[in-house]
Design a protein around this ligand. Structure first.
Ligand code: GDP
Ligand code: IMO
Ligand code: MG
Length: 431
């Protein structure tokens, strides 16, 4: 099976969209396998900048089929708006397919998301896209899947049965009550528009895999936001690691072969939760401005930290990452000293893992190795050999501490601002 799995190795926004688009030129299929429109994947094509939230980043590649997998939660209105945005920009949307097993985000999920955050003491800082409540309904078997949503009778019956239950919770949360007829009518309009996109995707994927076609699995969010591997409870409600692929795409575990860990050359986080390498000074502000570190989905300023290799080791272990795509290295230009966190200090002891206890994680102090920065511009560099020596040393340190080689280096948001290194060539992806 010729697949590549693209995983965010940090707290999201690592540049998964850019790398997926870059690799999609050689792929027959691109599959999103978890999350919803909490994701914001940016793709820059010359002077045009696209923000995708639900649709896989292979959509800019002619002939690539883009699947919204069964592990996703999909807001119909947001999906149709994204389709309209692409159409307006002249991008073909005929190769977009929604799995009939994907779950639907309903309007009350968003209201619950906001209300639940408001009453929480330890706020998660969610994107308010209804992601947590939609996955909760899936787990408690109150959700509705696309196959049933697009059928008039099943959708109507589902809403009729659901609304009394929703309203009991709404009362408790002090929210306005839902009206069965209103919700049925609103959803009927959306379901009609959604119907042509919804298909069983099992056969499509099965044949592609066994005919050795190239398939990309595009992760959303990142390892540290994983419901199981992340900094719980300050996480999202799905599984953004490679383990999420088989269930979320509906493929066998053997379909996960090569795993690219997408990692920023520093660290960012939006939302709440411990962040050991976070710092706030003029250099952090410089990184925020140069890297345009504002949320693609919510516009919130992203928190800034030095590169945390403990986080990367955790990502490599949990997803079996075979190579890194090191992103936004250009943003580090003109910083005198670059700090790399190799360990944490906890209660006087050095550790190199992410503790499960959030109390302990908040107490972890980063142990840094400081390296010289670089001043020269990376503009026009297409070979690793031509990178400034201090940057090469920085990359080498990442490889030796994590034990994972760097296969791709991104020096700007555009496709051609990508350097391929030896581990990437070994993949045979571009033939
Ligand atoms: P994603 O959610 O992982 O797809 O990442 P986002 O799109 O939310 O955030 C990454 C941001 O970095 C976007 O604005 C990209 O256009 C931008 N970007 C990606 N790679 C590079 C790079 O190498 N250099 C610079 N300067 N920007 C980049
Ligand atoms: P991409 O795919 C960065 C964060 C939110 C919040 C937590 C839970 O663009 O990397 P949720 O709305 O999912 O319940 O919020 O997760 N979060 C992200 N942070 N990038 C993302 O996606 C994110 N998706 C969710 O900020 O802290
Ligand atoms: Mg993003």
């Amino acid at each position: 099976m010729h697949t590549l799995t693209i995983i965010g190795a940090q707290w999201g926004d690592e540049g998964k969209g850019k790398i997926t688009d870059f690799l999609a030129r050689h792929a027959a299929l691109t599959v999103r396998f978890q999350g919803g429109n909490n994701a914001g994947h940016t793709i820059t094509l010359k002077d045009r900048r696209f923000a995708l939230h639900l649709i896989p980043s292979g959509v800019f590649t002619q002939g690539c089929v883009n699947i919204l997998g069964q592990g996703m939660v999909i807001n119909p209105k947001a999906f149709l708006e994204e389709i309209a945005m692409l159409k307006k920009a002249g991008i073909a949307t005929k190769n977009i397919v929604i799995s009939d097993r994907a779950h639907v985000v309903l309007p009350y999920h968003q209201r619950f998301d906001e209300a639940l955050e408001a009453i929480r003491i330890d706020k998660v800082g969610t994107t308010f896209r209804g992601i947590g409540p939609a996955y909760s309904d899936k787990a408690t078997r109150l959700g509705i899947r696309m196959a049933d949503f697009i059928q008039d009778e099943t959708r109507k019956a589902h809403i009729e049965a659901l609304v009394p239950h929703v309203n009991r919770q709404s009362e408790g949360l002090g929210l306005p009550l839902s009206d069965v007829k209103q919700l049925q009518d609103d959803m009927a309009v959306l379901a009609t528009e959604l119907k042509p996109f919804v298909k069983p995707v099992g056969d499509l994927l099965h044949h592609a895999l066994y005919e050795n076609k190239k398939v990309l699995f595009e992760g959303a969010q990142g390892t540290m936001l994983c419901l199981d591997n992340g900094t719980y409870p300050f996480v999202t409600s799905s599984s953004p690691t490679a383990a999420g692929v088989p269930l979320g795409a509906g493929v066998p575990p053997q379909a996960v072969t090569e795993v690219i860990g997408v990692v920023k050359a520093y660290t960012t986080r939006v939302g709440a939760g411990a962040f050991p390498t976070e710092f706030n000074d003029p250099i952090a502000e410089q990184i925020r401005q140069v890297g345009r570190e504002y949320g693609t989905t919510t516009g919130r300023p992203r928190r800034i930290g030095w590169l945390d290799l403990v986080v990367l080791k955790h990502a490599a272990r949990t997803s079996g990452i075979t190579q890194w795509a090191l992103m936004l290295v250009d943003v580090l230009q003109n910083i005198d000293m670059l700090r790399l966190c190799t360990h944490y200090r906890l209660n006087g002891q050095e550790i190199d893992h992410v503790p499960a206890s959030m109390v302990q994680y908040a107490q972890c102090e980063p142990v840094y190795t400081d390296l010289q920065g670089f001043k020269t511009s990376l503009e026009g560099i297409s070979q690793f050999e031509d990178l400034p020596e201090p940057l090469k040393a920085y990359i080498h340190k990442i490889e030796t501490v994590t034990g994972v080689p760097v296969g791709l280096i991104s020096t700007g948001p555009e496709r051609n601002q990508t350097i391929r290194c030896h581990p990437f060539h070994q993949l045979d992806w571009e033939v």
